[in-house]
Design a protein around this ligand. Sequence first.
Ligand SMILES: Cc1cc2nc3c(=O)[nH]c(=O)nc-3n(C[C@H](O)[C@H](O)[C@H](O)COP(=O)(O)OP(=O)(O)OC[C@H]3O[C@@H](n4cnc5c(N)ncnc54)[C@H](O)[C@@H]3O)c2cc1C
Length: 401
Amino acid sequence: MIAGAGIAGLTAALAFARHGFGVRVYERSPVLEEVGAGLQLSPNATRILDRLGVLDLVSASAVRPEAVVLRDAAKLAERARVPLGAAAEQRWKAPYLVAHRADLQSAMLARATESPLIEIATGATVGAVEALADCVRVSVTQDGIDSHIEAALFVAADGVWSASRRLVGPKEKSKFSGELAWRTTLSADSDVGRQFAVLTSPATVTTFLHPRFHLVAYPIRAGAAINLVAFTPGNSIAEQWSGETDTGALKRAMGGTAPALSKLIDEAGPWTVWPLHTVDQSRPWTSPSGIALIGDAAHAMTPFAAQGAAMAIEDAYTLADAIAEATSTAEALARWETSRKPRVLKVARRGALNHFAWHAAGPVALARNLFLKLKSPESLAADMDWLYGWTPPGWLDEDRL
Ligand SMILES: Cc1cc2nc3c(=O)[nH]c(=O)nc-3n(C[C@H](O)[C@H](O)[C@H](O)COP(=O)(O)OP(=O)(O)OC[C@H]3O[C@@H](n4cnc5c(N)ncnc54)[C@H](O)[C@@H]3O)c2cc1C
């Protein structure tokens, strides 16, 4: 039984059904809404999506960007370029994609509804969870009616505000990171979309670097739209994407930005804003009684390595493999948690390093620029092999795309 039909929950449903398990997914929202906008999907995630039959569906609307580009927000000068496109596919044996989150979710949902082993209930909120001798008893409220479901395994994929987190240990509250994410979408075929194309190639993932903010831009919806996400320091706000008419904090962060980029940010919009929360990486993710947390419920991290959804996909796939291979659920959960944690921690640290480097000022920024200038695109790509070249345990080389 799975709580949450986000990326973690839907991947888990497909991964467990692949092993022949019957799966029930309970999602609190009445409809699977379009929350958030773009997602970068790196090869470590897309090779799993391929195995689950989702890659071909999502590829129709996703874009294969040419490169990841780092640009100075003040001078708009290019500081680094990591080739993607065919080069990424050759190097990491799976594509690097950028997609609308809703497109990925609908592709997953389409595959899940094809499976006779998966049932998905929406408008169904998971409440109390109780460990019995040989199963987990979960209460679900749907249309005001409470029911109890017994399952061999309860997978909590209920996101960063997870209520299930308390089931596996103390300090269950996520923590505000001090950063806000601002996002909007531009139509490529609009005045502001055309202005954007003058600043950088819309076929790339471009990050504009600045000591007080960074802005990430990439195409979605087969190139018809550009996803913009800016990150600034800010105060804790409501725990959801909220419409924000006052973009003051974003504007205040932008002193010294190239006028063309400032103008773009002024004219783009409306912006919505999201408070970035993280979960203590040392917390447990599982309970031997048959409970596992995956995705943001287990380890929400800042999105500066663009890996939260990728980690959710990796978690879900490897958890299903671990359970399918084991004779004891408790043992499988413990082994899975021990094997996943070092990777997730390393990814979270990579995000923190990116944030430090992208927001560098003064001499540190000069040193960063010199360092990047001395690195070839090939060696910048090689630095990502541990992350993008990863395959689930037990995969052979020929299992890659
Ligand atoms: C600005 C930003 C940019 C990002 N960019 C990237 C990126 O480029 N690449 C990347 O890999 N990651 C990225 N991420 C991270 C990524 O979005 C998350 O890590 C990922 O969506 C987490 O998925 P999830 O399924 O764990 O959680 P969610 O998507 O939050 O899903 C949780 C689901 O559980 C449901 N739920 C909650 N409580 C209950 C309950 N009691 N009962 C039933 N259902 C419940 C919710 O309604 C929701 O549908 C980004 C994040 C942000 C904020």
